[in-house]
Design a protein around this ligand. Structure first.
Ligand code: UN1
Length: 541
């Protein structure tokens, strides 16, 4: 009997609750050693199940210390076309497999990811500089997506349904809207995959978001050409691990193809190629919108499932639990260096508690250990690279020039070859660019407010609408926030984080306004239908 329930992987929580925290850490530490043994190798791309190595390569280095992780193919447009062809060739038989078989395969994939989770997590920490807690949590999220979507497919019976109209006793000579028929009409309404999906993934969640988008496409019968982040910010080895897990789980050759190379060439080919029916993308607003304009402008319209950034506010009311608010805001703003589209980058605090809140927030930020994220007590690792550091430096300079830096703003010397910076708290006027533009670095802007309604207005005043948080024990304020906040993913009084850390099956993760297209979230019951076209097939007896 297939299991028709979903439960979270929750690795750390399980170890902790069983009193086995030490075992968790030794599994991670061993995985780090194991991962390092694989570093420095040359890797190919995988098209139709075959490894291809030709042409030039890209060297991926760890943002932690510059250690070489491996060399990968710098695939070009021709290779992208081959991958698209392989995906197209595999499409017919894959779409013909039953939804039950696909659900079974992706449940198996979840088990495969689970078996390798410490290994993948260790590589992930090396690749993008996440702490071990963030990495294991991210791999758990990938596993959760696989199980959640498998479950959704089963409980919705592949999203097919039947309708019918009984024959009428009367019959008319010619048809019109709603005309009675003397014969019975039965209709099958089914969801049909589009064909080939290009999946273009970000560096910050290269395991969970890549797996979530790819499995969403494949489990609904599409085939995939997957491009991990491969230029400035590189996460190609975890991308390859995803490929290997899918292969081990029995996903047929050609259904999931893995290509590495510049977005300007292979990403662009996915966007303009007529054989690519849809694009799933998570990343910046500029690139997301640019892809859509390009595809439609080139007369190659396709389905777009796009998640595009945020500038997420938290409101701390005078009725807040101060400790929850401080921990929640600091975690959301500075966890993984603020390199999450869900990160909190603006906080509106009631004037009466502003000073107290800021001094506690600074104390909290000061307590975060900055350094090598592979060490178990380090909360803040390096920025992903030089461009992120330039953004950080520039924003700090601008904050100094037009407002104040309340804490941080400097590079930290860890002795490691990477960009380590202080978590930073600034204060600028509400019309300042720094209050509006997504920066993707650990900079949080604080502002005071007098009236709660003004805080909501400020929170809603920008083009994004991804996540938002409120700390208040006042029922009226809670109701006002619930009814007025313009964000897809909102949290009230969450002690672990003000705006980040959506959990599959508990929340859905969705952006409003300029943060996404379509308004349907991942880890939601509305996610999978986006990867299919509906078809109504009527048969009159
Ligand atoms: C992103 O950074 O692209 O809820 C999304 C969270 C993450 C979402 C990250 N799962 O914080």
């Amino acid at each position: 009997m297939a299991k028709h329930t979903f439960s979270n992987e929750s690795t750390f929580r399980k170890f902790l609750e069983q009193g086995k925290e030490d075992e968790f850490h030794s599994l991670f530490d061993n995985a780090v050693q194991e991962a390092r043994r694989e570093f420095g190798k040359a890797h190919g791309i995988y098209i139709g199940g075959k490894e291809v190595r030709e042409g030039s390569t890209i060297t991926e280095k760890s943002p932690i210390n510059g250690e070489i992780i491996g060399t990968f193919q710098r695939a070009n447009r021709e290779q992208a076309k081959k991958a698209i062809k392989a995906a197209k060739d595999a499409s017919h038989s894959w779409s013909a497999t039953s939804y039950k078989d696909r659900a079974r395969m992706f449940n198996k994939a979840a088990d495969t990811f689970s078996k390798h989770k410490f290994n993948i997590s260790a590589i992930l920490s090396y690749e993008n500089g996440k702490s071990r807690y963030e990495s294991v949590g991210e791999v758990d999220e990938a596993i959760d997506f696989l199980r959640y979507y498998s479950n959704e497919l089963i409980i919705n019976k592949g999203f097919a349904r039947k309708t019918m109209m009984e024959e009428s006793k009367s019959k008319v000579g010619a048809g019109f809207q709603g005309a009675p028929s003397a014969r019975k009409e039965s209709v099958t309404i089914r969801m049909v995959p589009y064909g080939v999906f290009g999946v273009i993934a970000p560096f910050n969640f290269p395991v969970s978001i890549s797996t979530g988008m790819s499995s969403g496409a494949m489990i609904t019968g599409n085939t995939v050409v997957f491009k991990p982040s491969s230029t400035d910010n590189m996460t190609m080895l975890t991308g390859l691990k995803i490929y290997e897990c899918f292969k081990e789980a029995g996903i047929p050759d050609g259904v999931f193809n893995y290509i590495t190379g510049p977005g300007s060439e292979i990403g662009d080919e996915l966007v303009v190629n007529k054989d690519v029916a849809g694009i799933a993308f998570t990343g910046s607003r500029t690139i997301g919108l640019g892809m859509m304009v390009k595809a439609y402008g080139a007369n190659t319209p396709k389905a777009f499932i796009v998640e595009m950034g945020g500038k997420n506010p938290a409101i701390v009311s005078r009725y807040a639990d101060m400790d929850d608010a401080v921990t929640g805001v600091a975690s959301a703003a500075f966890g993984f260096d603020g390199q999450k589209c869900s990160a909190c980058s603006r906080v509106y605090v009631h004037e009466s508690i502003k000073e107290q809140f800021i001094s506690k927030l600074i104390e909290k930020a000061r307590g975060f250990k900055i350094g090598n994220p592979l060490e178990k007590d380090v909360y803040i690792g390096p920025l992903i690279g030089e461009k992120a550091y330039a953004t950080y430096k520039d924003a700090v300079e601008r904050a100094k020039a037009s407002g104040r830096v309340l804490y941080g703003g400097k590079i930290v010397n860890t002795g490691l070859n990477g960009y380590y910076v202080e978590p930073t708290i600034i204060e600028v006027r509400s019309d300042n660019e720094l209050m509006k533009k997504e920066l993707f670095v650990p900079i949080l802007a604080v502002q005071g407010y007098k009236e709660f309604a003004d805080a909501i207005t400020e929170a809603n005043s920008i083009e994004y609408g991804l996540t938002a948080g409120l700390y208040s024990k006042n029922t009226k304020e809670i109701r006002a926030f619930e009814s007025a906040i313009e964000a897809g993913t909102a949290y009230i009084n969450r002690d672990t984080s003000a705006t980040t850390g959506a959990i599959v099956g508990l929340h859905t993760f969705v952006g409003w306004k300029g943060s996404s297209i379509g308004g349907k979230g991942s880890g939601s019951k509305y996610y999978l239908p986006q990867f299919m076209r509906e078809q109504s097939m009527s048969l009159t007896k």
